[in-house]
Design a protein around this ligand. Structure first.
Ligand code: HEC
Ligand code: HEC
Length: 390
């Protein structure tokens, strides 16, 4: 007899904009292993569930409703290295659309670096972030679980959930020395410096007035506009989502097999809901990057369940980028049970061989949604678009 819970059904839900942006979540129920351990691969689609009657699947705080003017300003700011102490790095330096809005590196390189992605380099010994850059794709849905969306102000951010809301997160990298601030300004003075710089560019003053009405440029405005832009970088038309909306041809036979393997392997215990994350912290015992200091996550070695949306576009994997490929991640789960403290890992079975290939094919169906990948031709400061990435 198996020790795990009987008949745990897959409760993966799709993000859906079924009609005019209505958040309709379709429940896909895959009958799990029966008591005899046989897997029944029959798929049953339930009728659409409307979640809380939300008109727009992306929740914005009441104080910061999204507008076209804010999204446009937020895009300019996202690409403009004027926000960095040395005017050499932008948000887009580490969250680039060509790299799935991440940077394709194990860990990031901030101010002082040149180049993009794997080609980005920095002088030896210069301070760099110790974490893998998360994608901002679908970060607007952070906190959306089987229980419904989180409030926009409560949306968890970062590998350790230490920030809440896109607004609160946005000013963090600007103040972080190894990301954007550099050593020319201290943490206290960088935001007033950035606001003074923006106020001296007439095109920015006009854009802030269009977005927020008459008044001075403020750091809050910077955060609000960037958050609004990020709320526009979402995809709801991945193959998986189209399948969930009733297009039976949207998933290949291999992807359907992969979905079943994913569920019977116990992956959905944590990678659940529309984002394939419970947004909870778990201690998996991910190995340290060779030569790097141990990262204790939330202080108890816990990190947030990574969303698997866009996962095939955003390697390397884990909080420190220690695994280059999905197969490396699966191999890690082969032995995760022995060393990890998290009881939810018990009974997890890592996919191998053909099963592994099938799971990767399934994960690709979560990663092929279309998003806005506009690279602006110029930014209002006249500085290089995206910072020193060429
Ligand atoms: C030097 C590279 C770098 C730069 C520049 C950078 N980021 Fe990040 N970003 C990261 C890393 C690394 C993480 C994960 C950090 C952590 O967990 O502590 C991250 C995490 C995030 C997250 C959290 C996503 C989630 O799902 O929790 C958001 C949102 C984000 N960044 C937006 C921005 C914005 C907006 C800017 C510009 C103001 C920016 N980043 C600049 C590297 C960077
Ligand atoms: C106990 C909860 C839990 C279970 C069960 C679980 N995961 Fe994870 N998963 C996590 C957490 C937490 C992370 C991030 C860990 C870190 O960065 O230190 C993660 C990260 C990942 C990543 C890397 C994503 C990225 O962007 O870096 C992949 C891929 C992944 N898991 C796939 C799987 C598969 C496949 C299974 C089933 C074999 C599985 N997970 C089972 C919690 C879980």
């Amino acid at each position: 007899m198996r020790a795990s819970k009987p008949s745990l059904n897959l409760r993966a839900f799709a993000l859906s904009t079924a009609s005019a942006g209505a958040l309709a979540l379709l429940a896909l129920l895959v009958p799990g292993c029966g008591h005899d351990g046989r897997f029944d691969e029959t798929l049953t689609q339930s009728p659409a569930l409307a979640l809380g009657g939300t008109e727009n699947p992306v929740v914005a705080p009441a104080a910061n409703p999204s507008t076209d003017a804010k999204v446009a300003l937020g895009r300019d700011l996202f690409w403009d290295p004027i926000l960095s102490g040395n005017r050499d790095v932008a948000c887009a330096s580490c969250h680039h659309p060509a790299l799935g809005y991440a940077d394709g590196r194990r860990t990031s390189i901030g101010t002082g670096g040149t180049g993009l992605g794997a080609q980005r380099t920095i002088a030896p010994g210069a301070p760099t972030p110790n974490r893998n850059a998360m994608t901002i794709l679908d970060a607007a849905f952070n906190g959306l679980t089987l229980d419904g969306p989180s409030t926009a102000l409560g949306a968890p951010m970062f590998w350790d959930n230490r920030a809440r809301s896109l607004e609160q997160q946005a000013l963090g990298p600007i103040a972080a020395e190894s990301e954007m601030r550099g050593s020319a300004y201290d943490a206290e003075h960088i935001l007033p410096e950035v606001v003074a710089r923006l106020s001296a560019v007439p095109a920015y003053v006009a854009r802030f007035e269009r977005a927020f009405g008459a008044g001075p440029v403020t750091a809050d405005g910077v955060a609000s506009a960037i958050a609004s832009f990020e709320r526009s970088i979402v995809a709801t038309d991945a193959s998986f989502d189209r399948y969930m909306r009733g297009d039976a041809t949207a998933l290949t036979a291999q992807q359907l097999r992969g979905m079943a393997v994913f569920e019977r392997s116990g992956c959905g215990g944590c990678h659940a809901g529309p984002m394939f994350s419970d947004f909870e912290l778990h201690a998996l015992g991910v190995p340290d990057l060779p030569g790097a200091a141990h990262d204790a996550g939330d202080g108890r070695n816990r990190f947030r369940t990574a969303s698997l949306r866009f996962v095939t576009r955003t390697g390397p994997y884990m909080h420190n980028g220690v695994f280059n490929t999905l197969d490396d991640v699966y191999r890690f789960y082969l032995r995760a049970d022995d060393r990890a403290a998290d009881p939810q890992l018990r009974g997890v079975r890592a996919p191998r061989g053909d099963d592994a290939a099938d799971v990767s094919a399934f994960l690709a169906a979560l990663s092929d949604g279309t998003v806005d990948t506009t690279v602006p031709a110029s930014v209002p400061s006249g500085l290089p678009v995206g910072g020193a990435i060429r």
